[in-house]
Design a protein around this ligand. Structure first.
Ligand code: SAJ
Length: 435
């Protein structure tokens, strides 16, 4: 019989690791979180959190206070190890950087015991889980691993990619289906039993870790390609003088069309990164994915050109004015609506570029922050009423608070369609008029 899992260790207490650790702890499993950052460890041991995610603070504080969750810098023995460390890319060729996974393997190898399972949760290129098994085996020649002993291995290995949406992590961790890619059937079943401690969605068992790795990369590439389509439409519509928001709304009235929304570019730590993992594994077979990446990463420059054109228009209409007298208002800095996360944000990138280029005042409206980042020194964080008096209005993030706001006077660069006019529906009154 399988030994029940009573202690889980989560390596990497960031945006995925901490919520996952807290979720196990909320189910009364003993959880030890491991992180290389002493400040993170101290913060969590006080019952506080170092990241922003709705409801996470409550769950962490309860788990720490009840003694189910603690953090440490030094790994200790456990039944299951979940690795949730960053997997960025490096260099101009966007090669995946697996050094954090390798370092995690080195850290946990000394405390591994027969019967343990090691699960890679980090979004990873195809082959990373097998590489992880190789690194662990290299450190522990006294233990057997699935690549050597198959179902009889001392240590079980699986890839179970995280798939939760920032801003909805605590809900999606529970309700999303979980893709499980064990190196053997036994590895998969052990991992599925572990996640079933809190997952109400299905645990879907893949043929192995490679399919699970590719599934996660495919999900984010699917979204990237579809956003690129919307972004390309916005460029085409600008040339053809058609309102792209109207166009998408009209086309989406077809039962089999569902176009996503254009924006200032694709931000965050996942969708702009993960497609490159596919490209670096299969460069010749992935022209569409590469093009989508380029369309999306080129969008901020295009928006900046729109702002420059708007300034040109304003000055043409006000010949007595100089550029230094023109006020530009920027609405939103976050990487997507209704969050305060400014990292990898195309909106912030555009605001920084406007600030570097424009000689006049820059007013920023961002309801989710109290202060502007250092990179925007010289710009002013203002309320919408003050921004309304600007001459050029650049809408970058469709935060709830912006939606439904009146279209301000002046030049408009609306990358989110917040001030676009909705097409109207043929109404009952009109039907009666014709009759
Ligand atoms: N965006 C658009 N237009 C759209 C939708 C999104 O421009 O119609 C932009 C957003 O403004 C943002 C970027 O795309 O800048 C990414 O935002 P997102 O909400 O699409 O996704 P993320 O990065 O917050 O989270 C994604 C999710 N993946 C999918 O939806 C397929 C999430 O489920 C993953 O777990 C996460 O990546 C991850 O960690 O990989």
């Amino acid at each position: 019989m399988r030994k029940p899992i009573s202690k889980v260790s989560v390596i990497g207490l960031g945006y995925i690791g901490l919520p996952t650790a807290a979720m196990f702890a909320s189910r009364k499993v003993e959880v030890v979180g491991v992180d290389v950052n002493p400040k993170t460890v101290d913060t969590i041991n006080r019952g506080d959190i170092h990241i922003i995610e709705p409801d996470l603070d409550m769950v962490v504080s309860a788990a720490v206070n009840r003694g189910f969750l603690r953090a440490t810098m030094v790994p200790e023995p456990a039944d299951a190890f979940l690795i949730a460390v960053p997997t960025p890319f490096k260099g101009d060729n966007h090669e995946p950087d697996l050094s954090y996974i390798e370092a995690a393997c080195k850290a946990i190898a000394p405390v591994l015991e027969p019967g343990n399972i090691v699960i890679l949760e980090s979004t990873s290129p195809v082959g990373a889980t097998e590489a992880m098994a190789g690194w662990l085996a290299a450190h522990r020649s006294d233990l057997t691993f699935p690549q050597q002993a198959g179902e009889q291995s001392d240590i079980r290995i699986a890839h179970c990619p995280e798939r939760v949406l920032p801003g909805k992590v605590m809900q999606e961790l529970i309700t999303n289906d979980r893709v499980i890619g064990g190196m053997t059937q036994r590895c998969s079943l052990t991992a599925a039993a572990l996640y079933k401690l809190f997952v109400t969605g299905d645990c879907v068992i893949a043929s192995g870790p490679r399919a699970a790795e590719m599934a996660k990369l495919t999900e984010n590439s699917f979204r990237d390609v579809n956003i690129a389509f919307a972004n390309e439409l916005s460029l085409i519509c600008d040339e053809l003088e058609i309102d792209v928001w109207e166009l998408i709304m009209l086309a989406n009235r077809h039962p089999r069309v569902n176009i996503l929304q254009p924006g200032p570019g694709v931000g965050g730590h996942c969708i702009a990164v993960d497609p490159w993992f596919i490209v670096s594994s299969a460069p010749d077979a992935s022209p569409l994915i590469q093009t989508a990446r380029r369309v999306n990463s080129g969008k901020p420059d295009w928006v900046l050109d729109q702002v420059k054109a708007a300034l040109g228009n304003h000055l043409a209409n006000h010949p007595a004015k100089t550029a230094a007298e023109v006020r530009i208002a920027v609405y939103g800095l976050a990487f997507k609506p209704d969050i305060d996360d400014l990292r990898e944000s195309p909106a912030l990138e555009i605001a920084e570029e406007i600030l570097a280029w424009h000689s006049g005042p820059i007013l920023v409206v961002e309801p989710n922050v109290d202060t502007l980042p250092a990179s925007l020194e010289g710009a002013a964080l203002v309320q919408p009423a003050e921004a309304a008096r600007a001459n050029i209005h650049v809408m970058l993030v469709d935060h709830q608070g912006f939606k439904g706001s009146a279209r301000p006077e002046g030049e408009i660069v609306d990358t989110r369609g917040v001030w676009a006019e909705a097409p109207r529906l043929y109404s009952f009154v009109e039907r009666r008029m014709v009759a």
